[in-house]
Design a protein around this ligand. Structure first.
Ligand SMILES: NC(=O)c1ccc[n+]([C@@H]2O[C@H](COP(=O)([O-])OP(=O)(O)OC[C@H]3O[C@@H](n4cnc5c(N)ncnc54)[C@H](OP(=O)(O)O)[C@@H]3O)[C@@H](O)[C@H]2O)c1
Length: 247
């Protein structure tokens, strides 16, 4: 395996945390970021105890603090002697009907999930161009396929991230840089625990294992789990509004 050092944003909980554990098991050195440094430190100690050969660097980083993102990523890269993979994974959701809920909440989703991810990808891409190689991974969502009621900003943010990364793939076509866009369905984490219906739900450890496999295969894009969302996601685009409105 050539890729061994990964930076994950949003690694204090959920998918990012489970993926850190899964990749430690697979021999990757880790650079982990999120806002809650106490949770990251706890995770670092746990990983170091279970996998003593793995290097774990942690840093508090709010991806919404755009100016802090590049210096933090540079610092972590230096500590690990370079980065092979950077995963823009940090994200938030907000459920509320637009026009009947605070505008700031919707803007915050766009800022974290789009601007925050762009800042992460920008820092990583500059680093990868200097190194001459690298692999960018983005955690989008099946929500990117269709705008769902009460989740307008979240769906729009994920559609933006997917499309943005598709453009980056074209821009880096002739460079030694890989781009993977992941579209998870429902993985059991805090982000969706209050959602009344979570079709095809999988546990977070299973999700992390599927994601690790997809990253190692350097797929261009994939749903998570691959099946049944690879069949269901394209259908979401075709659903009549009357049906979507009832969801
Ligand atoms: N779970 C699913 O079913 C599902 C489906 C599709 C897509 N996704 C996407 O997967 C990603 C991870 O979500 P999850 O399910 O693991 O949710 P989660 O358990 O709520 O974890 C979200 C992570 O993002 C971090 N985060 C949130 N805002 C941040 C910010 N401003 N700066 C830095 N880190 C921030 C959180 O850490 P701190 O609070 O410590 O900062 C946490 O580590 C998100 O992009 C989400 O949209 C999840």
């Amino acid at each position: 395996m050539s890729e061994r050092r990964i930076l994950i944003t949003g690694a204090s909980d959920g998918i990012g945390k489970a993926l850190a554990l899964e990749l430690a098991k697979r021999g990757y050195h880790l650079a982990l970021t999120a806002r809650r440094i106490d949770k990251l430190t706890e995770l670092k100690l746990d990983i170091e105890q279970r996998f003593p050969q793995i290097k774990v660097e942690v840093a508090a980083m709010d991806v919404g603090e755009l100016a802090c993102v590049e210096p933090t990523i540079r610092g972590l890269s230096k500590a690990l002697g370079g980065l092979d993979i950077v995963m823009a994974n940090a994200g938030i959701a907000y459920a509320g009907k637009f026009g009947e809920s605070p505008l700031e909440k919707h803007i915050e989703v766009i800022h974290t999930n789009v601007s925050g991810a762009m800042a992460t990808l920008d820092a990583a891409l500059k680093l990868f161009r200097e190194q001459g190689y690298g692999h960018l991974v983005g955690t989008s969502s099946v929500a990117a396929y269709r705008g769902f009621p009460r989740n307008a900003a979240y769906c729009a943010s994920k559609a933006a991230l997917s499309t943005f990364m598709e453009a980056l793939r074209a821009e880096t076509h002739k460079e030694n840089i890989d781009i993977t866009v992941l579209h998870p369905g429902y993985i059991d984490t805090e982000i969706n625990r209050a959602v009344p219906s979570r079709p095809f739900l999988i546990y977070v450890d299973k999700g992390a294992s599927v994601i690790a496999d997809l990253i190692e295969k350097k797929v261009a894009r994939s749903t998570v789990p691959v099946f049944p969302w690879n069949l269901v996601a394209p259908i979401l685009k075709q659903l009549p509004t009357a049906i979507v409105a009832r969801l």
